[in-house]
Write a protein that binds this ligand. Structure first.
Ligand code: BES
Ligand code: MN
Ligand code: MN
Length: 464
């Protein structure tokens, strides 16, 4: 057995216990009620990095949540890997749908994790995956095999748009200089078939408000004579897709780079079972843009989805009312080369233009970000693939993901470096959902694979 594997075997219970201690902290960035827990989590991450042997670790204050920054420089002639992750998590709601409390981690077996998985908010996204890097670093320090320099940057606002990280990156280009950025905050195809994420979608997120009459009205006295904002809003939303599920916003597709036939053929080779996909989600059929496969629809194509919609009476029983206002939160997932600000503007113009005179419409932009696609002919990808091949026994498949980590495109712009997305989660891990979990197998495999990336990247860097 390799020294790394032996070390993991002898320390795995502690590795799991430490992760559990982090998962007990409810670091929900979206809700100010958890502010103290957010700060405590940053401290806990700092302490664990210290303990792992990182020479310089600091809590960097920002206008928002602090960033944990660590640095272990051994030789200016060696390459530097910048590890990014996030310690904040999504809100746990709806709490009622969890089988166990979201911040009281437990280990349970599941269909995709026969060896057990850790159930807690943030288990996979991203505390579990972020912490793999701390433990991989501990291993390299203990075995005295760290082959290169490393910097850690663990933020606390990823789930709310990374505003402070953007602020931090723009002010610290020198401090953050690196030869490659390494992130574990994505997934892979399966535990038998690893994949490396080569693309992320961008995002434009807006909130809309439709106002009708200046007060809630009796739906009998006024119904039929004035615009009902909920009726109007739902009609407007429905019109945003045509019968082929194309998005109808003028100009929306103008900058979309169509994937080539070759690329689509290559994508289609990845193992995928439509039957298993439908079964896992308990759906009779899939649904989406005409002319594209399921895997294309959720990776290389842009989308528009209502994330939330409200208004009027939703309490018990029936109340006869025409509400004054109706609201929705709408996200658009973007692909290269769509520009998030431009798309937001196109949406706003269109949405305002389709509203009847009987209502007023307000569109408020939230966060956004550019899509990211990385080529595979670079030493970062090759080193990652070699590492996966060794620990999983088969080469990894490159795969574009539908999720977004908007800060990755900013890293490329500001720090001029490529990001390698070595994710170890599975789609079935229920990130952002009730009963989020992370396989113990995946956690330990990640810890085993990361040091190999360090080794191969350094070798390839020095030989190029
Ligand atoms: N880690 C996810 C993104 C992700 C998950 C990418 C799985 C690929 C595969 C990240 O924490 C996330 O949830 N991002 C948000 C965007 C953010 C601006 C709130 C998203 O994709 O909705
Ligand atoms: Mn994440
Ligand atoms: Mn997330």
């Amino acid at each position: 057995m390799s020294a790394i594997k032996t070390y993991i075997d002898q320390n795995k219970n502690r590795f799991i216990e430490e992760l559990i201690s982090l998962l007990k902290l409810p670091s929900v960035s979206a809700d100010k009620a958890y502010q103290q827990d957010v700060l405590n989590t940053a401290d806990a991450v700092k302490n664990y990095l210290d303990k792992a042997g990182c020479k310089k670790v600091e809590i960097c204050e920002t206008p928002g949540n602090p960033i944990v920054y660590g640095e272990h420089i051994i030789d200016a002639g060696l390459p530097t890997i910048l590890v990014y992750g996030h310690y904040d998590v999504q809100p746990a709601d709806p709490i009622d749908l969890w089988d166990s409390p979201p911040f009281e981690p437990i280990i349970k077996k599941s269909e995709s994790h026969p060896e057990g998985a850790i159930y807690a908010r943030g288990a996979c996204d991203d505390k579990g995956q972020m912490y793999m890097h701390v433990k991989a670093f501990e291993i390299m320090m203990s075995l005295k095999t760290l082959p290169c320099n490393v910097k850690f940057m663990i933020e606390g606002e990823e789930e709310i748009g990374s505003e402070s990280l953007e602020w931090f990156v723009k002010r610290n280009q020198q401090k953050l200089s690196n030869d490659v950025i390494l992130i574990s905050d994505t997934g892979m195809i399966s535990n038998e078939q690893p994949s490396i994420t080569t693309g992320l979608r961008g995002l434009s997120y807006v909130e809309v408000e439709v106002t009708g009459p200046n007060r809630d009205l009796h739906s009998g006295l006024y119904g039929g004579a004035v615009a009902n904002p909920i009726n109007i809003l739902t009609k407007m939303i429905a019109s945003l897709h045509d019968e082929n599920n194309h998005i109808t916003i003028p100009g929306f597709y103008d900058k979309v780079i169509e994937a080539s036939k070759e690329e689509r053929l290559e994508m289609a080779k990845a193992p995928f079972s439509l039957e298993a996909y439908k079964k896992a989600l308990d759906i009779e059929d899939v649904y989406g843009e005409a002319g594209y496969t399921t895997n294309e629809r959720n990776s290389i194509r842009p989308t528009l989805d209502v994330n939330g919609i409200w208004g009027g009476y939703t309490g018990e029983g029936a109340k006869t009312v025409i509400a004054s206002k109706a609201y929705a939160k709408i996200s658009m997932r973007l692909v290269p080369d769509q520009d998030p600000d431009e798309i937001t503007q196109l949406f706003k113009n269109h949405f305002e233009s389709i509203a009847p005179k009987a209502v007023k419409v307000k569109v408020t932009p939230h966060h956004g970000g550019h899509a990211y696609v990385t080529p595979i002919d670079n030493i970062g990808y090759q080193a990652a693939n070699k590492a996966y091949t060794e620990t999983f026994g088969v080469p990894a498949i490159p795969q574009r993901s539908g999720g977004s980590i908007p800060i990755v495109a900013l890293f490329e712009k500001e720090l001029k470096s490529k990001t390698i997305l070595m994710g170890f989660g599975l789609d079935s891990d229920a990130i952002h959902s009730p009963n989020e979990h992370f396989g113990v197998f995946n956690y330990l495999k990640g810890i085993e694979t990361i040091p190999l990336f360090y080794t191969y990247f350094t070798e390839m860097y020095l030989n190029q």
